[in-house]
Design a binder for this molecule. Structure first.
Ligand code: S3P
Length: 427
């Protein structure tokens, strides 16, 4: 599927974005190991979350849709069904990594695989700590990569310093730690998203955060509950940037997740001069959310680095588009994790934005963008990566002429309604 876009003249109105992807995955996973039923309102039904649902259904968990709710009937991982085929995480790193942690509490053996992109993403970052906890793990083809065979059971708590700031790795260890004997202590080099910790505590568990350390009590049991999934700030960020860079625009995005470990994009854009206001903040199941009002603004370049990076890791592709339109230099540093996402997102953004005339250069751990540039429409690649595809569509909407974004079906990984919503808010 190719998407052809033209320059838009205004972004106006009021909209919503679908449920947060990270919280959606966790609601299925944590609901699946909790006693009783979990009622999930506003679950994101995208390809990545469908991969998680399929894996849990294959493990014998009962999941059904009723009106706006998804209902999960939990099971102890010790009672998961034997599954003789490979559990397929598709394109989803969150599915593969969190499920590896969770399943290491089961006594059965399982095999994991994924699509061609996921089969190239590092897994030792998760398997190393799980092996220390007592899981038996084998790489079936190549060291560090899927497919993987895992047999768990009899886990013991460990103290572990994460080599990279990764919520996926942290969450995998937490999910294993819940089922281990003794306490697990995880130290993070930089604070990453904490949706797993929040949901476990909401389900009656005990995960304590002390500075950069997370303490997980072993042998816990959780109780299913009702969960509301706020809109995904990562999806909202495409519309936030579009409303900022198209003159005379004003857009209200309702019910967006505002967990402080995820709002780096708002902070970075405000530093760049953006007129963004958060109105009517609320809390549901421990997660903050609210409405975001965005008005077109003149942006200036900035430097983004250090502790800020995990708070906006998935928004760097769209931030690169904003930086192209901003006046002056934007420097993105300490973002080497971008190289191991669904594509190498440093290379993807540098190559594709260059085709449209952006003055953007790759560095060893990020990129430097010199603005402002008047982008010129052309044909660009999505690199099979949903966030690159959507960022390039937004770039096309401020470029002269037509922009064709090739192979954009990956957008369904996180935001199936992206094109439809864009049509509703643009003129
Ligand atoms: C995610 C964590 C991040 C993020 C990914 C979703 C999660 O990955 O990039 O899209 O749901 O935990 P890392 O934790 O590997 O940085």
């Amino acid at each position: 599927m190719n998407i052809v876009v033209n320059k838009v003249h205004k972004v106006l109105g009021k909209t919503k974005v679908p449920g947060d992807k990270s919280i959606s995955h966790r609601s299925i996973m944590i609901g699946s190991i909790s006693k009783g039923e979990t009622y999930i309102n506003n679950l994101l039904l995208s390809d990545d979350v469908k991969s998680t649902i399929n894996c849990f259904e294959n493990l014998g968990v009962f999941i059904e849709r009723k009106n706006n709710y998804t209902i999960v009937k939990g099971l102890s991982p010790k009672k998961f069904k034997i599954y003789n085929k490979k559990l397929d995480a598709g394109n989803s790193g969150t599915t593969a990594r969190l499920l590896l942690g969770l399943i290491s509490g089961s006594n059965n053996g399982y095999c994991f695989t994924g699509d061609s992109s996921l089969k190239n993403r590092p897994m030792k970052r998760v398997t190393d700590p799980l092996i220390k906890m007592g899981a038996d793990i084998k790489f079936l083809d190549n060291e560090n990569l899927l497919p993987i065979a895992i047999k768990g059971g009899n886990l013991k708590g460990i103290t572990y310093r994460l080599p990279v700031a990764s919520a996926q790795v942290k969450s995998a260890i937490i999910l294993a730690g819940l089922q281990a004997q003794g306490t697990t202590v995880i130290e993070e080099p930089k604070i990453s998203r904490d949706h797993t910790e929040i949901m476990i505590n909401y389900f009656g568990g005990n995960v304590k955060k002390i500075g950069n350390c997370i303490n997980v009590k072993g042998e816990q049991s959780l109780i299913g509950d009702e969960v509301f999934i706020p809109g995904d700030i990562s999806s909202a960020s495409f519309f936030i940037v579009l409303a900022l860079i198209v003159p005379e625009s004003e857009l209200l995005i309702e019910n967006v997740g505002l967990n402080p470990t995820r709002t780096g994009i708002i902070d970075a854009l405000i530093t760049m001069g953006a007129n963004i206001k958060v109105i009517s903040e609320k809390i549901a199941n421990g997660e903050k959310y609210g409405d975001i009002l965005v008005k077109s603004s003149k942006l200036q370049g900035t430097t983004i680095e250090g502790n800020m990076i995990p708070r906006l890791i998935d928004e760097i592709p769209i931030l690169a588009v904003a930086a192209t339109i901003a006046e002056g230099k934007t420097i993105i540093k300490n973002a080497e994790e971008l190289k191991v996402k669904e594509s190498n997102r440093i290379k993807s953004m540098v190559n594709e934005l260059k085709k449209m005339g952006s003055k953007i250069e790759e560095t060893k751990d990020g990129m430097i963008i010199e603005g402002p540039t008047k982008l010129i429409g052309t044909t660009v690649e999505s690199n099979g990566d949903h966030r690159i595809a959507m960022a390039m569509v937004i770039a096309g909407m401020v470029a002269e002429g037509h922009t064709k974004v090739l192979d954009s079906e990956s957008i369904h990984i996180s935001f199936p309604e992206f094109e439809k919503t864009l049509k509703e808010i643009t003129k």
